[in-house]
Design a protein around this ligand. Structure first.
Ligand code: BTN
Length: 333
């Protein structure tokens, strides 16, 4: 058997949808006894799956906790390539690191790593990343863009746009914002961070890892003090019970990412810029940009075709390629 029995039973029940599947069928397909199937069902129930026993007809999956489980992710995937090669881990140092190790061994484009817990989650600018009080999506995707290293920064915008579009399934458009270069905000507070890491070989990016962390649910109290007031949690932003599970968000995001990535690979960022700008609400706003040790105050003019930020500062136009932006005021939504 290639899968643990509870996974195999879950996969079969997910495939059957609302139709019950008999214990005999489940046992035959897995090549085990009916007693073993019953034990696997009990394991699933213990993990929060509501499995109904339908008299004389078998078992039916009534509801799922939406926890990260290979079988459930696979059953929900709508993609061709993204997430089809998948590592689902209970714990890892960092999904970005794991994805880089896997990519170095030859994992294909679209392979994905997702974990319930990170012990050394990585953030931008060498910071660490908090993994969300039990309800965070922490995932990394492997890309093989074969492009010059100088252009890979644009992939950040592909990732932010994919996530912003995914969030619209549960939130109104005006609530979702992309903060240059790679944060996604909901009603002015950071809900997600994106971290790109790449390996360069022979003058091109051999692989790029796109790491995405999203606060899906979980407790604000468990968050570190410094982000408690500035972080958004998706379950607090939707109607009660109206938000996605971690699995739901992940599989929807993979679908959106695959499409956005195809558009980018075929036509470049110019094909996405207009759509990206719908989520960019920084134009005309006062900001302070930290660039290394320097801090530059100014008014945002816009984002240029190459992904850099144009800022009017002290009457001059400054072009910024990388930095950390602080918004002076929050936008009313
Ligand atoms: C940021 O600083 O805003 C970027 C945070 C990126 C966090 C994600 S969580 C999944 C992936 N694995 C990591 O170690 N980091 C990224």
């Amino acid at each position: 058997m290639s899968q643990p029995l509870p996974e195999a039973v879950l996969a079969r029940l997910l495939k059957a949808g609302p139709a019950p599947v008999s214990g005999e069928t489940l046992a035959k397909q897995a090549g085990v006894t009916r007693a073993a199937v019953w034990k696997a069902i009990e394991t699933l129930r213990g993990d929060g799956y509501e499995v109904e026993s339908v008299p004389t007809r078998g078992y039916r999956l009534a509801s799922s906790p939406g926890a990260l489980r290979q079988a459930e992710i696979e059953a929900r995937l709508t993609t061709e390539r993204f997430g089809r090669e998948l590592r689902v881990l209970a714990e890892v140092d960092s999904t970005n690191r794991e994805a880089a190790r896997w990519a170095a061994e030859g994992a294909p484009e679209g392979a994905a790593v997702v974990a319930v817990r990170q012990t050394a989650g990585r953030g931008r600018l060498g910071r660490s990343w908090f993994g969300g009080g039990g309800g965070a999506l922490m995932a990394s995707l492997i890309l093989r863009p074969g492009m010059p290293p100088g252009q890979t920064g644009l992939i950040t915008y592909v990732a932010a746009l994919s996530l912003a579009k995914t969030l619209l399934r549960w939130l109104p458009e005006e609530a979702v914002e992309i903060k240059w270069p790679n944060d996604v905000l909901v009603r002015g507070r950071k809900i997600a961070g994106i971290l790109l890491e790449s390996r360069i070989e022979g003058g091109v990016a051999d692989f790029v890892i796109v790491g995405i962390g999203v606060n899906v649910a979980g407790s604000r109290d468990a968050m570190p003090e410094e982000i408690k007031g500035t972080a958004a949690i998706l379950s607090e932003e939707t109607k009660p019970g109206g938000g996605p599970t971690v699995v739901g968000l992940f599989t929807e995001l993979l679908g959106e990412f695959e499409q956005t990535w195809r558009t980018f690979s075929d036509g470049g960022f110019s094909k996405l810029k207009a759509e990206w700008e719908k989520f960019f609400h920084m134009a005309g706003r006062e900001v302070t940009v930290a660039i290394g040790d320097r801090r530059l105050k100014g008014t945002v003019e816009g984002m240029l075709q190459d992904g850099s930020l144009a800022l009017i500062s002290g009457g001059e136009r400054k072009i910024i390629f990388a930095g950390d932006v602080e918004l002076a005021t929050t936008r009313a939504v």
